[in-house]
Every structure is written in structure tokens, then in C-alpha cells.
Design a protein around this ligand. Structure first.
Ligand code: SF4
Length: 259
């Protein structure tokens, strides 16, 4: 079985879904968001990155499924007490060798561990079908309702994102919709209206919406990867966030600001 490359395993994470979680970060992403704060997750290959001592270290390695299950099950008690579990993130987990991801998800689910899939949606529907019987929750990014904007800022149009979101919703998957917000680009009234209209017209059921205002905390990582950081986005104002939050709540969906 082909093994994916993993670049980080974060224990006691509280930002990647409900409760206390272990988050496994898979290396490799099919798109390139211009605001990406995990640039080390974009390439599918191990790559050198400066560590805290300023030394170049090869980032990314493979694990056996048994090893990952063993690491994840160590914190089972915390998951049970907090309503947490394991999050498979990235990069893009659904763009990894799917036999491996399906089996990992299945093994964790069989242990009674809730597995969340964190996805950008630009993935094959076939891959989503493979994890559907075992995954408990999807952290689903909707970056731009406008396909041309999606293409401009991520490199890919949004047809797959919308189709896959509908597919998951039609299959009664539990979905937390994650909206990354960039000032004047996708936090406007027009985009808000278009997004809600699409959600309504397509009968999309989401359990919660997370509003994720843009930040540039990942800037230093570009330097450590010897890459240029050209990000020049602006942070939405608190007033805009309040308006967006209210609009979703009026639509009947609980909203959280932050991950
Ligand atoms: S989907 Fe996530 S990991 Fe991939 S480029 Fe965008 S922000 Fe980075």
C-alpha cells in the first residue's frame, strides 16, 4: 500500500474540530491558496525547512497505519471526555493515497474514535465516497462562491468544491463549513448573499459555520522554506465579521469565529 507523507502530528489540538483532538497533517495539496499559512504542507514530497536552531531539516515522513492508530489511541480518554477525536488534515488528506486513508479512518472508527476530515473540497468524489462510511465529521472549506475568484487566488475553479459539498450534504454527513475571510474579496455583502443563496438553493445542511479571518502568522514559514511570501491580504473588520455572523445565524446555523 502506498504511504502518504506526514509532516506533523499535533496532540491536544483544540482548533481542528470539536473537543480535544489529535491532528495528523498530510503533506501535499492540490491547490495553492495565496494566503496559505502552512506552505510546508503544499508539496507532496519531503522538503528541507529551517528548524528553530536555524538548521535545515527534512520535513515529512511516512508512518505505518498501526503506528498512527497507536499514537491516536493514547489520548482516547481525552477524546471521550471532551467530545473530541482525530482530525485528518493537511495539505489535503483526500488527495493522499486513498487506500491508506480509508483504512486509517476505518481502523479509528472501529475503535470508537470520531474522525474528522479537513478538506478544501478540490478532490475526487470517489475519494470522499471511500471514507464516507467511517468519517464522523467534515471540516469543509468554502473559500470563494465565485469560481473566477477561486481560480485566481487558489489556482483551481470551485466546481468540485460545490459539487462535493452537495454530495456530502445529500449523504447526511455532519459538516462544519469553514469560511476563510479576506477583506474586500470575499467578506462583502454581495458574496455573503450569493453564498447563502447557493446554500439554500442546494439544500445544504451544515451543523455550524466557522468564520476564519485571514492572518499572516505563516509568513515566517516561507522564509524557513526559502520561498518568497507575496501575501498582501487584509483582515476583515470586526463589524464585517459581526454582519456575516448575524446573517448565518438568521439563516439558522450556529456560528463560531475562529477554528
Ligand atoms: S487548501 Fe489549505 S493547505 Fe492547501 S494551499 Fe490552501 S490553505 Fe494551504
Amino acid at each position: 500500500m502506498r504511504k502518504p507523507i506526514i509532516f506533523n502530528i499535533q496532540k491536544f489540538s483544540t482548533h481542528d474540530g470539536p473537543g480535544i483532538r489529535t491532528t495528523i497533517f498530510f503533506k501535499g495539496c492540490p491547490i495553492q491558496c495565496q494566503w496559505c499559512h502552512n506552505p510546508e504542507s503544499q508539496s507532496f514530497k519531503p522538503e528541507p525547512m529551517l528548524n528553530k536552531d536555524g538548521q535545515a531539516e527534512l520535513l515529512g515522513k511516512t508512518y505505518e497505519i498501526d503506528e498512527l492508530v497507536e499514537i491516536a489511541t493514547k489520548d482516547e480518554l481525552f477524546y471521550d471526555q471532551s467530545g473530541g477525536g482525530v482530525t485528518l488534515s493537511g495539505g489535503e488528506v483526500m488527495a493522499q493515497p486513498i487506500e491508506f486513508i480509508e483504512e486509517l479512518t476505518r481502523r479509528l472508527a472501529m475503535r470508537g474514535i470520531s474522525v474528522a476530515i479537513d478538506t478544501c473540497g478540490v478532490v475526487s468524489q470517489r475519494n470522499l465516497e471511500r471514507v464516507l462510511p467511517y468519517a464522523d465529521l467534515y471540516l469543509y472549506d468554502l473559500k470563494f462562491i465565485d469560481s473566477q475568484q477561486h481560480k485566481k487566488y487558489t489556482g483551481a475553479t470551485n466546481e468540485k468544491v460545490l459539487n462535493n459539498l452537495k454530495f456530502l450534504s445529500d449523504h447526511q454527513a455532519r459538516i462544519i463549513l469553514r469560511l476563510i475571510l479576506l477583506k474586500d474579496l470575499n467578506d462583502t455583502d454581495d458574496i455573503l448573499k450569493r453564498t447563502l443563496a447557493w446554500i439554500k438553493a442546494n439544500h445544504i445542511h451544515v451543523e455550524e459555520v466557522s468564520l476564519l479571518p485571514y492572518h499572516d502568522f505563516g509568513r515566517d514559514k516561507y522564509r524557513k522554506l526559502n520561498r518568497e511570501c507575496t501575501q498582501n491580504f487584509k483582515v476583515p473588520t470586526d463589524d464585517r465579521l459581526a454582519v456575516i455572523k448575524q446573517a448565518w445565524e438568521d439563516y439558522g446555523v450556529p456560528v463560531k469565529i475562529g477554528g
